[in-house]
Design a protein. Structure first.
Length: 109
């Protein structure tokens, strides 16, 4: 697996969420728009890595932080489910976008 792609996506997710005030679903959707030829598997791994690093560094000091963590993992579960429904050989970000459009999903738009 191309770890550089995973690292790139994780950094972009962190930038969008922490510095540019996007929600995690908005960040994922924006990255699929910006990098349609990139691996959707790498995007998923980057989202998981981002969420776990964020939880590890921020902790669960208050109820609000715990609720935000749960929302992030629900988003990741939705992304993983969508990715699992893609046929073999169709696992790029553009394939995810097409799936979301065809299914009427609004989670990542």
């Amino acid at each position: 697996m191309d770890v550089a792609g995973w690292d790139f996506f994780e950094e972009r997710i962190a930038t969008l969420v922490l510095l540019e005030n996007h929600s995690l679903p908005q960040a994922i959707g924006a990255l699929c728009d910006a990098y349609p030829e990139s691996s959707a598997d790498q995007l998923l791994l980057a989202a998981i890595s981002f969420a776990t690093h964020l939880d590890t560094t921020s902790g669960h000091v208050e109820d609000k932080a715990l609720a935000q963590s749960h929302r992030r993992y629900r988003v990741i579960a939705a992304l993983a489910a969508d990715l699992a429904l893609l046929p073999d050989g169709k696992r790029q970000c553009e394939d995810l976008r097409l799936f979301w459009q065809a299914s009427g999903s609004e989670v990542f738009f």
